[in-house]
Design a protein around this ligand. Structure first.
Ligand code: AMP
Length: 401
């Protein structure tokens, strides 16, 4: 069975085409600048080589058509025709409280996804466009939605409810939803395999540290708490997002500085975090380089980033009554050894001790970075959200009558 995995963003369509017998990625790539006459397709082959082309791609439907035509292209395609695409798996950002698992997309499911648009106005509409485009381009082919929020639907009320009037939850759906669920799920399931333990018995703390960052407490194999909340703005320090702040700061920005709601939104989402503190960049590589060169603000950004992460790790360790392992993933988590070292420094009190040599050599690969005697294991696991989407899609499609 071959599955097309799609991730439709505001101006991009990312894809992977996966053969499920071996879980081999036959081809992958992305169409960027969708909505312009100079959209760029980058199509990568199994051997790592790639081709690029520029064309007029006014919308997501045209972008997906281009992807399909590339997959079946006479010269560089990987399948002879569309009929080999057995199913499509879509990343859908927000499933609200309506979806705790991945689902086959039906008209009823589409209605429910549409109802979640208010919760993710910047993401769900594009996901939705991708689903509609596939229905037209691949008629009769089953489509499955895999939600970023689904994994976190197991959180108990003590974790997901804010201390606001209860009516805000009842009437306005204001609660913690959590994001990056597919990534937290992938790395935690993988950790169970590496540790040779039953998933349902493990307490894990998974740190997804990319441009967006979130940390999840997984208790007995279920998401118990997570740092992103009603939106992906809450929690850890991120590339350009502030994470946790006192909400009263917003009143001051409005009343004393005269900023509008959309200006504050922009400031907190796009000009804060690593970028805001350092004044250099949102890119951790650049910040680490500048820190090594003696830049004080770069060092401050790194120190705050790691301190916040450390606080969350300890909070979740305490909240679960202990953890078997801590897992680092995504761009920073997989590659930035100095960040992992700083975040785990002086954590012997919760059984964490990093083997500095192992940590330095664990770049973009899977492995243990804690010392042999450490009670709480520390692992680096490159994330793979696409394979979870493909597996869920296969599982659902195989059970169709
Ligand atoms: P992601 O959103 O998962 O693609 O991660 C993006 C973040 O990972 C950016 O802040 C990058 O600077 C960071 N990153 C990627 N590679 C490295 C690296 N080798 N060292 C430090 N940070 C890295």
């Amino acid at each position: 069975m071959k599955i097309l995995v799609l991730n439709c963003g505001s101006s991009s369509v990312k894809y992977q085409f996966i053969s499920m017998t071996t879980e081999r990625v036959l081809a992958k790539g992305q169409v960027e600048r969708v909505g312009t006459d100079h959209a760029v397709l980058t199509h990568c082959f199994e051997d790592g080589k790639n081709i690029k082309s520029v064309s007029d791609i006014p919308d997501h439907a045209k972008a997906i058509e281009l992807v399909i035509n590339t997959l079946i292209h006479a010269d560089y395609g990987v399948i002879p025709d569309k009929s080999e695409i057995r199913a499509v798996g879509h990343r859908v950002v927000h499933g609200g409280e309506k979806f705790a698992t991945s689902v086959l997309i039906t008209e009823e499911v589409k209605d429910k996804i549409r109802e979640c648009i208010d919760l993710a106005p910047l993401h769900n509409p594009h996901n939705f466009r991708g689903i509609n485009a596939c229905a037209e381009l691949l008629p009769g082919i089953p489509q499955v939605a895999v939600f970023d929020t689904a994994f976190h639907q197991s959180m108990p009320m003590i974790s997901f409810l804010y201390a606001l009037p209860y009516s805000e939850y009842q009437l306005n759906n204001i609660r913690r939803y959590g994001f990056h669920g597919t990534s937290h799920r992938y790395v935690s399931e993988r950790a169970a395999k590496i540790l040779k333990k039953k998933y349902e018995t493990l307490n894990l703390i998974t740190c997804h540290m990319g441009n967006g960052c979130s940390i999840t407490a997984i208790k007995n194999g279920k998401s118990f708490d997570t740092s992103m909340g009603y939106t992906p703005l809450e929690g850890l320090v991120m590339g350009t997002r502030c994470g946790d702040i006192d909400p009263a700061i917003i009143f001051t920005m409005a009343s004393k500085q005269g900023l509008s709601i959309s200006e504050i939104d922009n400031l907190l989402n796009k000009h804060s975090g690593l970028d805001g503190i350092s004044g250099i960049s949102n890119d951790m590589r650049e910040i680490l380089k500048q820190m090594e060169a003696g830049n004080e603000r770069a060092k401050l950004a790194v120190d705050i980033f790691c301190y916040r992460l450390k606080k969350y790790i300890c909070a979740y360790y305490g909240a679960m009554g202990g953890a078997d392992a801590i897992i680092f993933t995504a761009g920073i988590g997989e590659n930035a050894a100095p960040i992992r070292e700083l975040a785990c420094e002086n954590l012997e009190c919760i059984g964490v001790k990093i083997d500095k040599t192992k940590n330095k050599s664990m770049i973009g690969q899977e492995g243990l970075i804690s010392t042999k005697s450490a009670k709480t294991k520390v692992l680096v696991i490159p994330t793979n959200e696409e394979i979870i989407i493909a597996r869920d899609t296969r599982y659902i499609v195989e059970r169709l009558k």
